[in-house]
Design a protein around this ligand. Structure first.
Ligand SMILES: Nc1ncnc2c1ncn2[C@@H]1O[C@H](COP(=O)(O)OP(=O)(O)O)[C@@H](O)[C@H]1O
Ligand SMILES: [Mg+2]
Length: 230
C-alpha cells in the first residue's frame, strides 16, 4: 500500500560537486504525483542532468532525502540503488544514446543485463520488447537487425522509448530527449511517449531547456525557482 500520492519526493536536498566548481543545488521541496507528466525547465549548466543523476541514485547528495514510490533511495546501499533503479526507473537520454554497433534489441535489453535477468528469463524481455515494438510501429526485422546504425530518427526515438519501458518502470526520467529534434519530430516523440506512459500508468519527469514543449505537460517547474542556490 502506498503512503502518499507522490511517485517522487525530494526534501531538503543539497548537492555540491567536490572541489571542481562552485555549483550548488539546494532544493527544499519537489514532488511529483503519480501518473503526472512534469517538465523542469532550466538553462544549460543550471543543474538539470545533475538533479536527474541524484534522483536515479547515480550521484549522492550532501544532504536531504529522495523518495521514489515511497522508497527512500538516499538510504540505500549502492548495490540496493542499482537494483532499485533497474526495477523502478526508466531513463531516456539526450540524443537517445543508442549504441550504433549493437542491434536495437541489445540496446533495449542492456539496462536489464545486470539484475532483471536474475528474476526472469531473457526471452520474457525479448517478448516484451517485441510487444512494445508492435504498439510503437517497430517491425521485428528492425528490432532484431544486426546493427542500430541504420535506424532513422523516428526509429531511434521508438527504440529509446522501448528501452525506457522494458522493465515496467513506475517513472521515466528524461534528459532533454527532444533537444536535437525538429518541431514535428518533437511532437511525434512526445505523443508516442505519453501514449505509452498513459497505457502503463507511468509518471514522467523530463528536464529540458526547450520551453516550446511545455504545453504537453501537466506541470511546469523552473529550476532557477526551485534551486535556492541559484
Ligand atoms: N562531473 C562533473 N564534475 C564537476 N562538475 C560538473 C560535472 N558535471 C556537471 N558539472 C557542473 O555542474 C553544473 C550543472 O551541470 P549540469 O547538471 O550538466 O547542467 P545541465 O544539465 O542543466 O546543462 C555545471 O556548472 C557543470 O559544469
Ligand atoms: Mg544536461
Amino acid at each position: 500500500m502506498s503512503i502518499t500520492n507522490n511517485i517522487l519526493e525530494v526534501n531538503n536536498l543539497l548537492f555540491k560537486w567536490r572541489k571542481t566548481n562552485n555549483f550548488k543545488l539546494k532544493i527544499n521541496k519537489l514532488a511529483i504525483k503519480k501518473k503526472k507528466r512534469v517538465i523542469l525547465l532550466g538553462a544549460s549548466g543550471s543543474g538539470k542532468s545533475t538533479l536527474l543523476n541524484l534522483i536515479s541514485g547515480i550521484l549522492e547528495p550532501n544532504k536531504g532525502i529522495i523518495k521514489i514510490n515511497d522508497t527512500c533511495i538516499t538510504a540505500l546501499s549502492s548495490k540496493q540503488k542499482d537494483l532499485f533503479r533497474t526495477e523502478n526507473l526508466g531513463v531516456i537520454f539526450q540524443q537517445f544514446n543508442i549504441i550504433e554497433y549493437l542491434s536495437p534489441i541489445t540496446n533495449i535489453l542492456l539496462p536489464c543485463y545486470f539484475s532483471l535477468f536474475k528474476n526472469k528469463k531473457i526471452s520474457f524481455y525479448r517478448e516484451r520488447a517485441a510487444d512494445l515494438g508492435k504498439k510503437l510501429g517497430i517491425e521485428k526485422d528492425v528490432l532484431f537487425q544486426k546493427k542500430a546504425k541504420n535506424l532513422s530518427v523516428g526509429q531511434q526515438q521508438r527504440i529509446a522509448i522501448i528501452r525506457a519501458l522494458i522493465n515496467f518502470p513506475k517513472i521515466i526520467l528524461a534528459d532533454e530527449p527532444t533537444s536535437a529534434l525538429d518541431y514535428k519530430n518533437k511532437e511525434k516523440f512526445l505523443n508516442l511517449l505519453f501514449d505509452m506512459c498513459e497505457q502503463e500508468n507511468i509518471s514522467i519527469f523530463m528536464v529540458s531547456h526547450d520551453n516550446l514543449i511545455t504545453k504537453y505537460f501537466d506541470d511546469v517547474l523552473l529550476l532557477e525557482k526551485i534551486n535556492e542556490a541559484s
